[in-house]
Design a binder for this molecule. Structure first.
Ligand code: PLP
Length: 448
């Protein structure tokens, strides 16, 4: 059944041109342009003249955060590194470089066979490859209840998957690994599962500790042992931005590789967020398939075939820029410096929210990584509060649920963070003092 948003579009097309409507495929009738984060970000672009903490990029000094080793390349790329087609698999030198990177930052992959990464046009494209390769209508896809809404478009709208949520946080703090295990155990009775693990998580900025990661992997291996075939998709879009000492430094992918013949771990990661090159659209899909090299070779070819049949190949210029930047002696140091900027911001957020000064307004969800953190509002409706912050304070944040606000500290300078929360608190206090605390907005406002 098309969603309300799809139906709105269908109604216009049917009214103005019944023939065009009749020409639409089943999928064509289901497609729509999502609201949610995108609409909220667009509003913030217009109105958030003080702080815009909505966008999923990082900013510094009033421009996009960037590595000089990347920006230097724009003036010096040769025509041959820029203009021809790239292979559908991606540039061989970049694929090798990225595989070396994955292995270097995930030492427990030592001795495990993994495929060569295949280049995708962003992590989103990697997700859609997974959906095309592994999801039939009615297949079950497990997603967290703290989630990036685009998974619905990729798996449910485009592939008609059955989306089932698992609880992300436990009441006591940290991941609800028991809740995860219970949902996996129940759903594994269906014989096939696609499980999405996204760490650091969007929207909460949480990544697991070693013990939590072990509990997650144990639950997945137990499902495989009971006879269920499991695809585990590790969406590592924000990989490497780990701020607290207790956070596991590796991907869960590394802990699942080679663990069970019925378990297929897939790693989706990318330069988009890791190297601050969002619009260059360079990311990767990497398999750790049971069966090893022959299966990897076949899956790489299937992924490249899917790319060939959709976008044909990804931007050569972007891939050249990335591989040249990665070969630049300055690259590692520059990346570390940007990590330290983000680390300092995360620490400043923790400091600003420590104590009980803001306790009447919100409780911060646990966060330890990534670009974002979330606040759980005590009494206010999140959408009404978001609009008020925008209209009265020039502050842009994202309402992700009726009670939850996401703050992208990736876009806020360290020196401004305390002021941001102070202003947000003032706004919350004023609003709470008014009768009703603003209108209650239905859940559909958060549809992605
Ligand atoms: C969890 C998650 N996965 C994937 C993506 C998409 O990343 P990309 O820009 O590489 O397509 C995002 C971006 O917002 C994200 O938050």
């Amino acid at each position: 059944m098309p969603t309300t948003l799809a139906n709105d579009l269908n109604r216009v097309i049917r009214k103005e041109s019944p023939d065009v409507f009749e020409l639409l495929s089943g999928l064509g009738r289901e497609l729509y342009f999502p609201k949610g984060i995108l609409t909220q970000s667009a509003e913030a672009k217009q109105k958030a003249n003080r702080y815009n903490a909505t966008i999923g990029i990082a900013r510094e000094g009033n421009e996009a955060m960037h590595l000089p080793s990347v920006m230097r390349r724009f003036a010096s790329l040769s025509p041959d590194d820029t203009l021809p087609y790239a292979p559908s698999f991606g540039l061989p030198a970049l694929r090798t470089k990225w595989r070396d990177h994955i292995q270097a930052v995930n030492p427990s992959l030592a001795g495990q066979a993994i495929s060569m990464p295949v280049v995708t046009s962003g992590v989103t494209h990697g997700l859609s490859l997974v959906a095309d390769l592994f999801t039939d209508a009615g297949d079950t896809v497990l997603i967290p209840d703290q989630v990036w809404g685009n998974y619905n478009m990729v798996f449910k709208v485009r592939r008609e998957a059955r989306m089932v949520k698992y609880p992300f946080f436990a009441e006591s703090g940290g991941l609800d690994t028991a809740g995860f295990a219970a949902v996996v155990a129940e759903q594994s009775k269906r014989g096939k599962l696609i499980v999405l693990l996204n760490f650091p998580n969007n929207p909460t900025g949480y990544a697991p500790t070693e013990a939590e990661a072990k509990a997650l992997t144990d639950a997945l291996i137990a499902a495989a042992e009971r006879g269920c075939r499991v695809v585990v998709v590790c969406d590592d879009a924000y990989f490497g931005l780990f701020y607290e000492p207790e956070v596991m430094r590796e991907s869960v992918f590394a802990r699942l590789a080679g663990r069970h013949p019925r378990l297929l771990p897939i790693k989706l990661d990318g330069a988009t967020k890791e190297d601050f090159v969002w619009g260059l659209r360079v990311a990767f899909i990497t398999f750790a398939a049971p069966g090893g090299p022959p299966v990897h070779d076949a899956l790489e070819k299937k992924a490249a075939g899917c790319i060939r049949g959709t976008v044909s190949n990804c931007s050569l210029a972007s891939q050249s820029i990335l591989v040249q930047a990665m070969n630049d002696p300055a690259y590692a140091g520059e990346k570390q410096a940007k990590f330290e900027v983000m680390l300092a911001r995360a620490a400043r957020v923790k400091q600003a929210l420590a104590g009980d000064r803001y306790a009447s307004a919100w409780t911060p969800y646990p966060f330890n990584s990534g670009y974002f953190m979330c606040l759980r509002l005590k009494t206010l409706n999140a959408e009404a509060y978001r609009l008020r912050l925008l209209d009265r304070c020039g502050i842009g944040v994202i309402a992700t649920a009726p009670t939850d606000i996401r703050v992208a500290f990736s876009c806020i300078e360290e020196k401004d963070i305390a002021d941001l929360f102070e202003r947000m608190f003032e706004c919350a206090r004023e609003m709470a003092a008014e009768p009703g605390g603003g209108p209650v907005v239905p859940d559909s406002a958060f549809e992605e």
